[in-house]
Design a protein around this ligand. Structure first.
Ligand code: SIN
Length: 321
């Protein structure tokens, strides 16, 4: 069957933001404009037909497991349809890297799943959303494109590597040391790295979809002047939750510590984290450095994640599921 359909799933974000004043790029409400309105006037790749669906309408800072689950299920259902060439997801920039990682880790799709976002609301006189959405559609339509991707300001990033690196500029994303996959310039795509590899569906997909709640994993940073208090408070709460037989999702199961430098942890925090480990909490360490990854070694009692903190938190959550 001919793959002639692109599916666009709306989840909200600044790309769907609305402000009273077209010059206002700060005092707007994210997640207001419906996805079908975002598509009005956006150039559609030739020869392809499009369908859209509003999966959520949220400011992505409020992203939660309910929206993620709905999105994962919608994307998985659409990529399995033979006529679908690819899926585009409109999304807020603030937690885009988390959604991108989750889609990557769970679905590992053989078709392109492209996240489109914007730094200015849809009502802006200089909105960047329409061009970003058109670019995302163009990437989803490219022959051979596959995997979870993020397209913003003409750059194409992989879902595994993408990170938000600027709070305001239109070029808000980066892929760290890995670098972008490519760029779109005047509608022409230049490839710098290969598409992400396609894999198999997360083995505990059924649990991910059916579980009433996902394991609770928190993330905290090590810093000068750090103490044991935060972790002690979490452990006390965990002990109370255990005592009353609290359901999954309420009881702490994992902790990710964003360490300094090569994942080093303040001595007082480290002692508290060892107590957490002894109490049954799984502790991973990564780095708070915006670039690089922790190189294992030394005598730390905490296993290393090579992912940045926001993604490591989700990876640990998936492992605990
Ligand atoms: C959001 O993440 O939903 C709001 C901010 C943005 O999209 O840039």
């Amino acid at each position: 069957m001919k793959q002639d359909t692109l599916v666009v799933l709306g989840t909200g974000g600044t790309i769907a933001g609305r402000a009273a004043d077209p010059a206002d790029h700060i005092g707007y409400r994210a997640g207001e404009v419906p996805v079908h309105e975002l598509l009005a006037g956006v150039a559609w790749p030739p020869g392809l037909r499009g369908v859209c669906e509003q999966v959520a309408q949220t400011d992505s800072k409020d992203m939660d497991s309910a929206v993620w689950r709905t999105l994962l299920q919608a994307v998985q259902a659409h990529v399995q349809r033979p006529e679908v060439r690819g899926v585009v997801v409109t999304h807020g920039t603030d937690t885009l890297e988390e959604t991108a990682y989750l889609l990557y880790a769970v679905l590992q799709p053989a078709k392109p799943v492209v996240l489109a976002s914007a730094m200015r609301p849809a009502t802006s006189a200089q909105a960047d959303g329409p061009a970003n959405l058109a670019d995302a559609l163009a990437v989803a339509a490219l022959p051979g494109a596959r995997g979870v991707l993020a397209v913003c300001a003409g750059e194409v990033h992989s879902g595994l590597d993408v990170r938000k690196v600027h709070n305001h500029r239109l070029v808000a994303f980066d892929s760290g040391d890995a670098g972008a996959l490519g760029v779109l310039e005047e509608g022409r795509f230049t490839h710098w790295r290969d598409w992400p590899r396609a894999g198999t569906l997360w083995p505990r997909w059924e649990s991910l979809c059916a579980a009433p709640a996902w394991p609770r994993v928190e993330w905290l940073s090590s810093h000068g002047g750090q103490s044991a208090w935060l972790v002690q408070a979490l452990l006390e709460q965990r002990a109370r939750a255990l005592e009353r037989g609290a359901p999954r999702g309420e009881m702490l199961e994992g902790l990710v510590v964003a360490g300094t430098g090569n994942g080093t942890v303040h001595r007082d925090l480290s002692a508290a984290l060892e107590a957490a480990q002894a109490a049954g909490v799984v502790v991973w360490r990564t780095t708070r450095c915006p670039r690089g990854r922790v190189l294992a070694g030394g005598d730390s009692p905490f296993p290393v994640s090579e992912l940045p903190p926001a993604k490591a938190r989700l990876a640990l959550m998936l492992q605990l599921l």
